[in-house]
Design a protein around this ligand. Structure first.
Ligand SMILES: O=C(O)[C@@H](CO)OP(=O)(O)O
Length: 206
């Protein structure tokens, strides 16, 4: 049985381009982001992949990425579940601030800790650990059972909500997760074993 799970971070957003902390704010894709989403769809199609269900967040940039991928696959109208459990990590008081301005104000090191550490939360926001605690139950209850039944599942979400999932799938640790980056619009193609561990992983980068 092909237990297929594809994770893809949304294409470039307007606030990615402007270098702003985004979190639960809701900017749309840039033109480049639209291209990245379409390219992701074409790469999946070139592999001969298609899906039985798609999951995305409650945020526009992920939803539109999902729609564009499905268009490229000729699967417009596929059953798609939108849930805020898959939203980006909430950046709290940092949301809307420029990342370079934040570095100038609080220092490179502190900003890196807020962005990439496992358990340090930005003021008013979620740490990656908090994000794992939100995303993982949703994955285990809603997504994983479908994959294990042999449904082919696409998840279009966000840098940090997907880092939370990849951390679990790839068995990364609080020490190794800080160096793990996800590029916009690059699908991660996982095949799972019956016990939900990873059988294979393919990164569909250029
Ligand atoms: O701003 C954000 O919400 C995220 C993703 O774009 O940024 P970072 O890579 O700094 O976690």
């Amino acid at each position: 049985m092909d237990r297929l799970l594809v994770l893809v971070r949304h294409g470039q957003s307007d606030w990615n381009l402007k270098n702003l902390f985004t979190g639960w704010k809701d900017p749309d894709l840039t033109e480049k982001g639209v291209d990245e989403a379409r390219t992701a769809g074409r790469r999946l199609k070139d592999l001969g992949l298609s899906f039985d269900v798609a999951y995305t967040s409650a945020l526009t940039r992920a939803q539109n990425t999902c729609t564009l991928i499905l268009e490229e696959l000729g699967q417009t109208g596929l059953a798609t579940v939108r849930d805020q459990a898959l939203n980006e990590r909430d950046y709290g008081d940092l949301s809307g601030l420029n990342k370079d301005d934040a570095r100038a104000r609080w220092g490179e090191e502190q900003v890196h800790v807020w962005r990439r550490s496992y358990d340090v939360s930005p003021p008013g926001g979620e740490s990656l650990k908090d994000t794992v605690a939100r995303v993982l139950p949703y994955y285990c209850q809603e997504i994983l059972p479908r994959v294990l039944r042999g449904e082919r599942v696409l998840v279009a979400a966000h840098g940090n909500s997907l880092r939370a999932l990849v951390m679990v799938l790839d068995r990364l640790t609080p020490k190794t997760i800080p160096s793990m980056e996800l590029d916009t619009g690059v699908p991660l193609v996982y095949r799972l074993n019956a016990d939900s561990t990873v059988a294979s992983k393919q990164v569909l980068a250029g």
